[in-house]
Design a binder for this molecule. Structure first.
Ligand SMILES: [Zn+2]
Length: 231
């Protein structure tokens, strides 16, 4: 195999290596937490906390109502039990019962308000929760797909490197150095000749260069300086 052909093969492998590495980089950037999942999880947590707060308020109001009911019952038993006769004491006790009942009414109204809020908050938690689950499921399957793609690309990368190694070993170091320099400068080091034209820079090549290329000698385009390859 002539050197130009070897270099052209090397270039094909290198181009594929580059695009594979690019694809890998792109996939790595997509792996990891997703913004919608993170923000929906945070929203769910804060909605759940709000609901828990409301339920705590409701329970504490209910306990207080129970407590007041016990106090009212005890006071009314005393009031109507017939053992108390002092009018002043009876009037004071009646006043206590009235204010306990007023406090209980107030708490009952408050409890009803809280229960309405609990209902709204429960619905909201359910809504955000199902949205979160859907997002998370989608994210999981996407991540699995990306991981599988990544695995494939890594395998491809190692295959390409294995193919490149023996090929580059056949080419003399000086030519390889020239190839690397041209690649750095121009992106590609080898240009195909098609219909007498250098595909690297699109100029028509002089007959002498075409003849040299045809004979298999490594020749460079006089215009773009790439190594010419005649397929
Ligand atoms: Zn050229």
């Amino acid at each position: 195999m002539n050197v130009a052909k070897q270099l052209h093969q090397l270039q094909e492998i290198d181009l594929e290596l580059e695009s594979t590495e690019q694809a890998l980089k792109q996939i790595s950037s997509q792996l990891g937490e997703s913004q919608p999942v993170v923000s929906t999880r945070a929203k769910l947590e804060s909605e759940q906390q709000h609901l828990d707060d409301l339920k705590r308020q409701q329970h504490s109001a209910e306990w207080e109502i129970d407590d007041l009911t016990v106090k009212i019952t005890t006071a009314e038993e005393k009031l109507y039990g017939g053992k108390m006769t002092n009018p002043k004491e009876l009037a004071d006790l009646q006043h206590d019962v009235d204010s306990l009942k007023a406090r209980r009414n107030q708490l009952e109204d408050k409890t009803l308000e809280i229960m309405d809020q609990v209902e709204l908050a429960t619905a909201s938690v359910a809504k955000v929760s199902s949205k979160f689950e859907a997002l998370e499921t989608e994210w999981h399957s996407q991540q699995q797909k990306l991981s599988a793609e990544m695995e494939q690309l890594k395998n491809k990368l190692s295959d390409l490197k294995q193919k490149r190694q023996p090929l580059s070993a056949e080419i003399d170091p000086q030519t390889l150095e020239l190839y690397d320099d041209l690649k750095k400068q121009k992106g590609t080091a080898v240009a195909k000749i098609e219909q007498g034209i250098c595909r690297g820079c699109s100029i028509s090549l002089p007959i002498s260069e075409l003849q040299q290329a045809r004979s298999g000698n490594p020749v460079r385009c006089s215009s773009c300086r790439r190594i010419l390859f005649l397929a």
